[in-house]
Design a protein around this ligand. Structure first.
Ligand SMILES: *Cc1c(COP(=O)(O)O)cnc(C)c1O
Length: 453
């Protein structure tokens, strides 16, 4: 029997003792971090600690939760699948949920990306895309095309390969000796201080495109793939840039025979107001990585989709042309069933419309925030789809550890917000109500003022 959520398995003291003795958490200096909250259950946008405290999940639990927690239709789909088939190896076998999901993901791109390779997390989905781009050319005997081009400031995951194509940030500089070299192009947005200034913004876009062109001119013959996060660079600071960049990047990649790899792990599945962020550019990439919201934030699940052309580069009588990649839990039926249920929700409950409503709700509240007491400390606000961003100007007179004081301060006030340096962002479940958003923005303002005081 499962324990009743109202009767915690451990007392507060026991839970902390176990945590302190055994836990090792991601991106966490275990010696310096305060004790965690123990979450016992969740519902909609709310997390509940085992001691009964409620917390609004304004970041969708690290950007994965798109429909809210404990969603009845997702729960039902998961449970139904559980009683049918929990897992089977995905070589020599397939199953109904993988068959259905492959067809539906292909249809979501108008069949521009009809080939679907399943895996189980975002970093892996990206690495698979890198291997596809690289090996496509190797299979053709074009071994000179073995380099990758990336965008400055990008983030693609924490494995060795994805760190290599990501920015050499403080997160990853430790591992520098393990990483392979990549080419880098300038990011298509201006520094926060210039944003809102249309002239400077369009200059930045033009400069980024000129830089991309010149890198491709010089090194295009050696480059197999250009990887980027479409429309929003997430972990790099929630930087939003125009779809025009993607459109031009598509054209340049075609010109230099470079595969365009879209890392839609964060921006996919409705996050930016369209199902895929790339739709806003009205062109398609050659390869796309999806995870996070793909299985509604319920299960570790991912997919890498590709064009038929790329697939045909591996489809051969020569066994050496096989894509040598796989994971034990590839195409897990529970993950596939949840992803199919998530697609049902997009279709039947019009979640895409909700993402566009949310965009307007962010816009209103961000404007109010700029006009309020915190306004003087804000260097920029920005938004796209379900993502709202407040960038603070901390350089002048603040030296303390803002991010983590703010994070804890908000939690004490019942809201989960976890800034990236001076960048406070909201990535809530798409169905968050106006009232809940008011609470989140209110706590954001109050806590930022308290910490900055
Ligand atoms: C989160 C993220 C990843 C990594 O996904 P994991 O599932 O955490 O490995 C890759 N790319 C982008 C753009 C992300 O936001």
């Amino acid at each position: 029997m499962t324990p009743s959520p109202d009767k915690p398995k451990f007392s507060g003291k026991e839970a902390l003792a176990l945590h302190r003795r055994h836990a090792w958490q991601p991106f966490t200096q275990m010696k310096l971090t305060p004790d965690p909250y123990v979450i016992g259950r969740a519902e909609g946008v709310y997390l509940y600690t085992t001691e009964g405290k409620s917390i609004i999940d304004a970041v969708g639990s690290w950007w994965v939760n798109v429909f809210g927690h404990n969603h009845p239709r997702i729960n039902n789909a998961l449970e139904a699948q559980l009683h049918k088939l929990e897992h089977v190896m995905y070589a020599g076998f397939t199953h109904e949920e993988a068959l259905e999901l492959g067809g539906r993901l292909s249809a979501a791109s108008g069949h521009a990306l009809p080939r679907v390779f399943f895996s189980d997390n975002g970093s892996t989905a990206v690495e698979i895309g890198l291997k596809m781009a690289f090996q496509y050319f190797v299979n053709q005997g074009r071994t000179e095309k073995k380099e990758f081009l990336t965008l400055e400031n990008g983030y693609h995951g924490d494995t060795i390969g994805t760190m290599s194509v990501g920015a050499r940030s403080v997160f990853h500089e430790m591992y520098l000796p393990l990483l392979f070299d990549v080419r880098q192009a300038r990011a298509p947005f201006s520094p926060a201080s210039n944003r809102g200034d249309r002239k400077r913004e369009s200059e930045s876009l033009e400069e980024a495109l000129a830089d991309l062109k010149s890198v491709l001119e010089r090194y295009g013959e050696r480059i197999c793939g250009f990887i980027l996060e479409p429309l929003i660079q997430g972990a790099g600071g929630m930087n939003i840039y125009p779809a025009l960049y993607l459109k031009e990047a598509r054209r340049l990649c075609d010109e230099y025979e470079v595969f365009l790899i879209a890392d839609e792990v964060f921006v996919g599945c409705g996050r930016t107001g369209t199902f895929f962020a790339f739709e806003q550019a009205e062109v398609w990439p050659d390869i796309m990585a999806l995870s996070k919201g793909l299985a509604a934030g319920y299960l570790p699940f991912a997919a890498t989709t590709a064009t038929e052309k790329i697939f045909q580069g591996f489809y051969s009588d020569d066994r050496k042309h096989t894509l040598f990649h796989g994971h034990s839990m590839t195409a897990n039926p529970l993950g596939c069933a949840v992803a199919n249920a998530a697609l049902d929700l997009f279709e039947s409950e019009n979640f895409l419309e909700k993402t566009r409503v949310l965009e307007r709700e962010h816009e209103k509240r961000l404007m109010k925030l700029r006009e309020g007491k915190l306004g003087a400390r804000i260097s920029e606000t920005r938004f796209l789809g379900t993502v709202g961003v407040v960038e603070l100007d901390l350089k002048q007179d603040y030296t303390g550890d803002f991010g983590w004081k703010f994070w804890r301060g908000c939690l004490e006030r019942g809201v989960l917000l976890r800034p990236i340096g001076p960048v406070i962002y909201l990535t809530p479940p798409y169905g968050i109500s106006g009232e809940e958003l008011d609470t989140v923005y209110g706590v954001l303002e109050e806590t930022a003022l308290a910490v900055l005081d």
